[in-house]
Design a protein around this ligand. Sequence first.
Ligand SMILES: Cc1ncc(COP(=O)(O)O)c(C=O)c1O
Length: 462
Amino acid sequence: MPVIIEPFRIKAVEPIRFTTHEEREAALRKAGYNVFLLPARDVLIDLLTDSGTGAMSAAQWGALMQGDESYAGSRSFERFEAVVRDLTGFRHIIPTHQGRAAERILFHSILQPGDVVLNNIHFDTTRANIEYEGAEARDVVIPEGRLPAFIHPFKGNMHLEALEALLAGEEGARVRLVMITITNNSGGGQPVSMENIRAVRKICDKYGKPFFLDACRFAENAWFIRQREKGYDHRTPKSIAQEIFGLADGCIFSAKKDGLANIGGFLALNEDRVAEKCRNLLILTEGFPTYGGLAGYDLEAIATGLQEVVDEDYLRYRIRSIEYLAEKFKDIDIPIVQPPGGHAVYIDAAALLPHIPALEFPGIAVVNSFYLTGGIRSCEIGSVMFGLTPEGTERAAGMELVRLAIPRRLYTQSHIDYVAEIAAIVKEISRSLRGYRIVSAPKQLRHFTAKFEPLVGVETRT
Ligand SMILES: Cc1ncc(COP(=O)(O)O)c(C=O)c1O
């Protein structure tokens, strides 16, 4: 098999800026040791997120010029709606400015305080939006999904027995919604099998519960199903995606991932009454239902992106490029979530830095070391992101991960080789890395703006 190359050539380039170790040290100190607060110009390779950071295609840039900016009933909305309906089959298609707006509108329309929402693992904004309504977000992923080194083809699967036990038990009546996140971002970008999605649908029918997808990375999930699940190897990614959506009552979607767009999202669902409530709320805070906080040109870019993302050559390259970085990490003995997920490689920071306890944030130590050593920005997904309970106490998250998310179609193989070289240095100095303490943080989604202090000076090799 020849090497799987990038299935595109480059038409426009954007320079990236090299910095010295001293410059990075000063920038990180100024940012309160939180890479979210760094100016992007001080970052060389930005793997903070795959959300909205990808490169659009020539066809998408061309589509932008077709944007119809009419306030109501634009041609661009008609195209967007037709593409989303063809893919998902849902009756009501409601554009939003990004995924979390779809979350807020859905949850505010259906949740009451005390309700419970079940999901494989809630993404951080999803959890926060549920808790904001006074409801509870509970994770029901299979136990293997919490074991970073354990190899399983579908580690994002729902734990069916636990789900059924919850619904049949005393708390069953409190469950207002069952969700599945595809792929499971907070659990390592791990896919969910069609068999599992089908089984969840069945359980939801048995207990009369609505079933929604958090579908940001539906195309990557569809590719994993094609690669790993019996009976799907000859199916197109689009037909697999259509089958997935066909099993749900609705979805929330951030177009910043598998929409291949820089902004946007939607909420799609079948139930008329809930859709009406959602549209009314949309008008209040996002905009008229045919633009939902987006420009007409955004709707065009998303429509084209949704058509491009199910291309087989694209998905083969996309999933392979993540696997490529994971193989490099394995070669240098960096512990990662196995098998690698669809959009990122997740380092097991607890295993890499066993000398740093969870509440001294080993993930932050790894993130900051990648930045100081090589100007690479990554993201902690551990006790900073998930450690603060609604009651205000601290608890260790289930896993201490560091995510190196790969933006879509943005970096070449040599950029990725560089990341692996920096990782080798981080590994070499790992024993010398120290933990952090939080100096200040908001009560919700604290990882975005918290400030830290190193417990002892961080050492790196220049
Ligand atoms: C699984 C998942 N759900 C929801 C969201 C929220 O989407 P957005 O960032 O567009 O608000 C994200 C974003 O990263 C995500 O990964």
